[in-house]
Design a binder for this molecule. Structure first.
Ligand code: ARG
Length: 483
């Protein structure tokens, strides 16, 4: 401040009371209004309010215990912070854009409430370690919400799988009929994917659960703080070993978004299947009125909006992953303002993930019904038992490739005649190969074809029952991945 100039009045002063409003006395002019708007993160980082208050309460308590401030001062700071929490709950905490971000907004209000004592809160920390702490606390909570959302979705799949342990569905590769499978087996495949998602999130959580507080701006602080105390009172499992890394690590955000992207990949693939299944052409499921919408023009239509939206929304999460990677890749150590861009990505990524999981859970709980009669007809009316004819010959000593060629020729002939394998009389089979006997018809009936796939992890009914048992145990209360 120039010698002789009057200090700014407390009301016009920013957090630190500098001449230009928000900054130290080094600044003489205020921000250009457009730059002020450009700069401000308050519009979105108010999402972090609870975590910012939690972090500040822990910091104030630690400052008191370490003798940096007195214990009564710490108590008053904490009372002030809790008052702000109550004001926010009552809708009475409404900072303006000049606050810049949630951290300054809270500090500014604290100074309004407590006067000069409020100015002691920021001792021994910087907004850089503060925002990193808030973000990790926030994301840890959200992961703890996504986990049960995944479980609910998996349980909805499991309930359908259990109801259809005996229902068959055509299995596809290249979207061409391949072999009949058990419908429960198909649904259990998505439970496997979701179980990997849960495991991945639990793993990501371990790297979210590291405390950067006390790294200060970048290099630590001469203030005699106790980082372990704040980390512990905020429930972090450990703390960053290097202050530069602490202030500039956003790997956890990338890891989360990658894990969330895979959740959305899985939901999107399942959505695509439901959309196909609900079509007239497949007709494997009908949509109930709970999750389907009509057309404004065509009265006969029932549209699968829920899976379509999930499939569509997956793109946003992949976009956030790419955005985060690109935002981070060129940054020198340590904090750079670019990091402010991590928030909207994380907020939207978490929201999208939770919304899509909930919508898909509801879709499988009450939004669709499988149509066993249509499924039955589908598996009865194709050549998806052709492999089993070859396997029949293999079991009777014919080399697989030879059997494969024979059956290929047989299918060609049937296609020409417009008949199915099951329509061939025994003489025709025996003309093809002497190894065929009267049991060939039973061996290629779809239910037998499925039953015969007894290899571990296969679609045989017995194997699927075992997989259902396993899934039931994994998805039971207090599932091991959460502990
Ligand atoms: N709003 C900022 C963010 O989201 C807080 C940290 C600002 N730190 C700084 N040195 N400008 O990253």
């Amino acid at each position: 401040m120039a010698a002789g100039s009057t200090p700014p009045s407390p009301s016009s002063a920013g957090v630190t009371g500098g001449a230009a409003g928000g900054w130290s006395d080094r600044f003489e002019q205020g921000l250009h209004p457009a730059i002020e708007r450009f700069h401000a993160s308050f519009g979105f980082d108010i999402t972090l309010l609870q975590e910012d208050l939690d972090g500040s309460v822990a910091h104030a308590r630690m400052l008191g215990r370490c003798g940096v401030i007195t214990e009564p001062e710490a108590d008053r700071l904490i009372e002030g912070l809790e008052l702000i929490r109550r004001e926010a709950a009552a809708g009475e905490f409404q900072p303006t854009i000049e606050a810049e971000d949630v951290h300054f907004a809270v500090e500014r209000r604290l100074i309004e409430l407590l006067g000069p004592l409020g100015k002691k809160l920021h001792t021994g920390r910087s907004r850089n370690d503060q925002v990193g702490t808030d973000l990790r606390l926030w994301l840890r909570r959200r992961i703890d919400e996504i986990e049960p959302a995944l479980l609910r979705f998996e349980r909805a799949l499991l309930a359908q799988a259990e109801a259809h342990a005996d229902t068959l569905i055509p299995g596809y590769t290249h979207l061409q009929r391949a072999q009949p499978i058990c419908l429960a087996h198909h649904l259990l495949a998505y439970i496997e994917m979701a179980e990997r998602d849960r495991a991945r999130l639990a793993d990501v959580r371990r790297r979210v659960d590291i405390c950067p507080l006390g790294a200060a701006a970048l290099a630590g602080t001469p203030v005699p703080i106790d980082r372990r105390q704040t980390a512990e009172s905020l429930g972090f499992a450990s703390l960053y070993a290097n202050s530069l890394d602490a202030g500039s690590d956003r790997d956890f955000a990338v890891e989360f978004m990658a894990a969330a992207s895979l959740v959305l990949v899985h939901l999107s693939r399942l959505s695509e299947e439901v959309i196909l299944w609900a079509s007239e052409e497949f007709g494997f499921v009908s949509l109930t009125d709970r999750c389907a919408t009509g057309s404004s023009l065509m009265p006969q239509k029932k549209n699968p909006d829920v899976p379509e939206l999930v499939r569509g929304k997956s793109g946003r999460v992949f976009g956030h992953l790419m955005g985060l990677l690109t935002m981070i890749k060129g940054l020198p150590l340590a904090y750079n303002k670019d990091f402010q861009e991590d928030k909207e990505a994380l907020f939207d990524g978490v929201r999208t993930c939770l919304d899509c999981l909930e919508a898909m859970a509801i879709l499988f709980e009450e939004g669709l019904e499988f149509r066993p009669e249509r499924l039955e007809r589908a598996v009865e009316s194709d050549f998806s038992n052709a492999t089993d004819v070859a396997d029949y010959l293999v079991a009777r000593g014919v080399p697989f490739r030879e059997a494969y060629q024979l059956v290929g020729g047989l299918v060609k002939g049937c296609l020409k005649e417009g008949i199915l394998l099951r329509d061939l009389p025994l003489e025709r089979w025996q003309q093809l190969h002497a190894a065929f006997e009267a049991d060939i018809h039973a061996a290629i009936a779809p239910r037998q074809v499925v039953r015969a796939r007894r290899s571990e992890g296969g679609t045989g009914f017995e194997q699927v029952r075992q997989q259902l048992d396993l899934a039931r145990r994994r998805l039971g209360e207090g599932s091991p991945l959460t502990s």
